[in-house]
Design a protein around this ligand. Sequence first.
Ligand SMILES: Nc1ncnc2c1ncn2[C@@H]1O[C@H](COP(=O)(O)OP(=O)(O)OP(=O)(O)O)[C@@H](O)[C@H]1O
Ligand SMILES: [Mg+2]
Length: 293
Amino acid sequence: MVILQANNIQYKYQDGTHALRGVSMEIEQGEFLAILGPNGSGKTTLLKHFNGLLKIQEGEVLLDGRSLKNYPSREVVQRVGIVFQDPNDQLFAQTVREDVAFGPMNLGLSKEDIERRVEDALTLVNMSHCADKFVGHLSYGQKKRVCIAGVLAMKPEVLLLDEPTSGLDPAGVTHLMRLLQKLNSECGITIIMATNVIDVVPVYMSSMAVMYEGTVLHEGTPENVFSKIEELEEVYLELPQIAQLMRLLRDKDKISMEKLPLTIGEARKFLIQKLNGEHVVRLPSLNVSKEYS
Ligand SMILES: Nc1ncnc2c1ncn2[C@@H]1O[C@H](COP(=O)(O)OP(=O)(O)OP(=O)(O)O)[C@@H](O)[C@H]1O
Ligand SMILES: [Mg+2]
């Protein structure tokens, strides 16, 4: 079932910048979608259309088949949550608990319900131990988690995230991606994430869209989209690092492979099969075949 649909959206900022030039997209319920593209290609502008933050100028956005124009904005904000790139643009209360409670309080819930939602959301992002801390005293990564908790406390059906991994350390990136994967697969939340971290896309995401100068150039599964290497290079999009290595092995070292592995797991599986199978990997200059035969 399609949960969100963009029909030919065009958007011009006040200074005349034509940020979106006819974007159409369908997002299935339960999808985990990455939006990639160079700086200024329109990712943030598009995300802001999906929950009505930017007023639609041309085209339309449908939530459950109904135009956003026909929804009370309060309902849209509850059903489609957004996490901004910079947590300082999102957090405003004094303490973590107060900040996460803000959304549920606006839903008119009872005190007990609000407390439960805050506790549950903070537990999900591993931040319950900081509930009474001052927001201003949190580290950058902790602030990001609190922003996500604030949105989760609204129990959204769709979660929009703008570059959520920026500023996180490597372990923080893995932790966040696993959390998002869990929210997607176990809680059924549809996730749309603008990102420039290409490596995480084939590992966690079910689909991806590539934007360039306000349009969507490619859409599909990571396997599909990353198979169009030359076209992606034209818009300066690189392959995941492991795929770049496998591509070198295929093209320079002439190791045949049906399709390019995109993740470390796929590459490992492929190499083990090669090493165990009749086609032993032969890298004459390195003499790897001898070692393994
Ligand atoms: N408030 C604004 N006023 C004028 N132009 C804007 C405004 N916000 C964004 N733009 C312009 O719109 C275009 C798309 O910007 P957008 O922020 O959507 O890109 P992006 O893909 O999210 O980029 P990044 O990867 O840097 O976050 C850019 O040319 C940008 O300069
Ligand atoms: Mg952006």
